[in-house]
Design a protein around this ligand. Structure first.
Ligand code: ATP
Length: 705
């Protein structure tokens, strides 16, 4: 029998099972919608018990229906033939037949673990591992691994030569794909790492760190849904471009409850995409900025009243600048939050005025309480208080740093003269253009330093069904529904995540670690990154300290990934040669795929550069089916984007910093030579060179870089 015939026969065998699974899925879908409808009908009955039952029933049915409705491309993707003679199918969700026998095991269930972990050296009872490829409901291919030949029955057939490579050569789409069918053992170790403590995943470019982090989030949601869906999972990535890119993965795994945020949007109210030059980002990211901001947060308001003059019953009461400053300082000792102690400041002004009034022997001076009430009623006095000690927003205070004299005063003794010089001007655009990504961490810090004005405590949202003023007692089902309801209505600045995932963690500055840490005080963590890819130009020890502090005493478990699944070996060789210049001993991952196509370097003059870039991008459009990344130096993004304007949507223009974490089938990297001046630049170049799966062309005016 020919190989092709064997393959067709095996496909037919698997198709039979897949058909059964989809038929059962259709049945379950019908059941779930019926249950949901019946649940709603119970509402009319109106008794206590019926209401509780209704909420629980509708909630469960709706969740089940939603899970079943998610379009599962390749619902069943694996099969395990065990040495016991048993067979398990592995898929994106668990499905049982009407007698409760499993038709498909969820990929995250313990019974599916062997699918990812079995090797010929350690087969874990698996004789044959089969990967099933399909398009919608139709099986299109099979790839087998025979893991335990001695235990294989005579009639067992083995076909194909590796699903992993087949999956790696597929064109890249705009969004990242899940890797559920081809997770490798070292990745699976990290995905299934214990839910508590801190899981640290490191590895070179393209080793699947992001993929692992996201599959781990899905795994945690499966293994303890109440805890992780209730408390929430926060995924933090470096840029908006990156967050858009990874946003497709969890929904494709049937999970859509995680919160994805970039560093510029982590704090509600800001949507920062502007980046500071590296040297300035390093200063803004340094922990020394906390003290700079603390000084700012205690300083006098620019343009605020220099004195207070009040004519009271014919006597002039006056507090001069020095007195006002003294009062402010005494009401605002170090560590006090300005918005929270506003009342103390006001009390001291009253005290000082009262003392003066008594000293001047004002005629008809009432009791102190009445004196204060009289003053408090006067609009001119109220105006003064508002101008002298307003309620501060973080943005208002950060803008003070645009004033060179103030910046110098706050930074004195904390930043060097050179650093202060560099920072000058970097806050000028705050008002017109909003914060940079690095500014957002400063704003969050100021929010903490300033505190919030006291507000009446918000009444907790009641997640329970209330009818005619009657509230039902809580049942287990109801509590679960409540957890879900609360999660949907989470406070904008929610800080009690059950798990925090930090991707590209090597680029998180010390001040950003503080910002993220505030949102994960109760969380377990997954931290993924590659120190060799960091663009951080500041103190590396400070970075380590800040990260360690954010993670606290939690137990650390580390995993290292060693295979590069993204780049062709030809492309990775170029990237590797760059990083070797500054880190000669760095262990680098092995790129598993070769395309036989060498990267191209084009040198030209400045006048020809725009046309040439366009020509290269057009050629790449013809060469590859998927996406093309045009990577520019940070300051020239907008100018260079014009060079490729009007090309199809598959072409995306990003800066070398935004390229972090991204992947394209082909990359045009413009002016690589502009990045080679310092180690942080070389590391950024390493990142930019390791984004392409198939084609890489560098175009620039420097002959060597
Ligand atoms: N086991 C796997 N099977 C199939 N594809 C995989 C596997 N592991 C990783 N990949 C693919 O390799 C590419 C790189 O993965 P990912 O972006 O997660 O790597 P990374 O380590 O985060 O890279 P970088 O540090 O360069 O940003 C992605 O396209 C991912 O889908």
């Amino acid at each position: 029998m020919s190989d092709a015939t064997v393959l067709q026969q095996e496909i037919a065998v698997e198709q039979k099972h897949v058909d059964r699974v989809y038929a059962r899925l259709a049945e379950l879908r019908r059941d779930a919608s019926r249950a949901e409808k019946e649940g709603y009908q119970l509402a009319g009955v109106g008794t206590f018990g019926a209401l509780v039952e209704r909420d629980a029933m509708v909630f469960h049915a709706a969740r089940r229906r939603h899970a079943l409705d998610t379009e599962y491309e390749g619902l069943v993707f694996g099969r395990l033939d065990l040495n016991t003679g048993a067979t398990h199918y592995v898929g994106r969700m668990g499905i049982r037949d009407d007698s409760s026998q499993p038709l498909v095991v969820d990929w995250r269930a313990p019974a599916a673990a062997a699918f990812y972990r079995a090797t010929p050296a350690d087969p874990l009872g698996v004789v044959r591992r089969r990967m099933i490829q399909s398009s919608r409901e139709r099986v299109t291919g099979i790839e087998d691994d025979l893991l335990d030949p001695d235990a294989a029955p005579d009639d067992m057939r083995v076909v194909g030569d590796g699903a992993l490579l087949a999956s790696l050569s597929k064109a890249t789409g705009r969004g990242m794909r899940d890797i559920v069918a081809t997770i490798q053992r070292e990745q699976d170790d990290a995905i299934r790492s214990p839910a508590s403590g801190v899981t640290i995943v490191t590895g070179g470019p393209g080793t699947g760190k992001t993929a692992v982090a996201l599959h781990r989030a899905a795994y945690l949601l499966y293994s303890d849904r109440n805890r992780f869906a209730g408390g929430g999972i926060l995924v933090v990535g470096p840029s908006g471009v990156f967050v858009d890119y990874i946003a497709t993965v969890l929904p494709s795994l049937g999970e859509d409850t995680a919160t994805l945020r970039s560093l510029g949007t982590l704090v509600p109210g800001y949507d920062a995409t502007r980046v500071d030059p590296n040297d300035i980002a390093a200063i803004k990211g340094s922990l020394r900025m906390r003290r700079v901001l603390e000084r700012a947060s205690h300083d006098a308001v620019p343009g605020g009243p220099a004195e207070l003059r009040l004519l009271y019953r014919g006597t002039l009461l006056r507090l001069g600048q020095a007195e006002l400053d003294k009062i402010r300082r005494s009401a605002l000792p170090r560590g006090a939050r300005r918005n929270e102690v506003r009342g103390h400041g006001f009390d001291r002004v009253f005290d000082a005025l009262w003392a003066q009034a008594r000293q001047h022997k004002v005629t008809g001076l009432p009791e102190k309480r009445d004196f204060e009430a009289e003053l408090a009623d006067r609009p001119d006095f109220r105006e003064f208080l508002k101008a002298w000690w307003p309620r501060f927003t973080p943005m208002r205070v950060l803008r003070w740093l645009a004033d060179p004299a103030r910046l110098r005063a706050y930074a004195q003794g904390l930043l060097s003269r050179d650093e202060i010089g560099r920072l000058q001007g970097s806050f000028d655009a705050l008002a017109a253009q909003g914060p940079t990504i690095a500014d957002v961490a400063l704003l969050d810090e100021l929010d903490e330093l300033l505190g919030r004005p006291r507000r009446p405590a918000k009444k907790a949202q009641n997640p329970f069904h209330v009818r005619d003023g009657i509230q039902e007692l809580s049942t287990a089902n109801e509590r679960q529904a409540a957890a879900r309801a609360q999660q949907v209505q989470r406070d904008e600045d929610y800080r009690e995540y059950a798990h925090v995932v930090v991707d590209e963690s090597q680029d998180v500055s010390p001040m950003q670690w503080r910002m993220i840490g505030r949102r994960g005080s109760f969380a377990s963590w997954t931290i993924v990154g590659d120190p060799a890819q960091t663009a951080w130009a500041g103190d590396p020890d400070e970075l380590d300290r800040a990260r360690e502090k954010a993670l606290g005493l939690r137990k650390r478990t580390s995993y290292a990934l060693t295979t590069n699944y993204r780049n062709s070996s030809e492309i990775f060789a170029v990237a590797a040669s760059v990083i070797r210049r500054i880190m000669p001993d760095l262990p680098l991952p092995t790129a598993v795929r070769s395309t036989g196509v060498e990267p191209v370097d084009v040198v030209t003059d400045a006048a020809r550069l725009p046309d040439l870039v366009r020509e290269v991008a057009e050629k790449q459009l013809a060469d590859v089916d998927g996406t093309i990344g045009v990577i520019t130096p940070v300051p020239r993004r907008d100018e260079m984007a014009q060079w490729v304007a009007g090309l199809p949507e598959r072409v995306q223009v990003v800066t070398a910093l935004e390229a972090k974490g991204m992947e394209y089938d082909a990359v045009v990297l413009i002016e690589p030579g502009s990045l080679t001046w310092d180690p942080a630049g070389l590391r950024t170049l390493y990142v930019a060179l390791s984004r392409a799966t198939q084609r890489l062309t560098t175009v620039g005016t420097a002959a060597e870089w």
